[in-house]
Design a binder for this molecule. Structure first.
Ligand SMILES: [Zn+2]
Length: 56
């Protein structure tokens, strides 16, 4: 399972993603961290993938 979290820069409403196969996975102009974000929303799609075991 991916342990890297990404969030697009400068988009106030964007959420933290941790699945590189998420349709909203940021590929440019993003903030990255390798620990679970302590603030901000988690992406619903990523959480669903995690639950379904399809997060990569
Ligand atoms: Zn996502």
């Amino acid at each position: 399972m991916a342990s890297t979290y990404r969030k697009r820069k400068g988009v106030a409403y964007d959420t933290w993603h941790n699945c590189s196969n998420c349709s909203n996975w940021p590929t440019s102009d993003y903030v990255e961290r390798d620990t679970k974000p302590t603030s901000g929303e988690r992406c619903n799609e990523c959480m669903a993938k995690e639950k379904a075991g399809t997060c990569s």
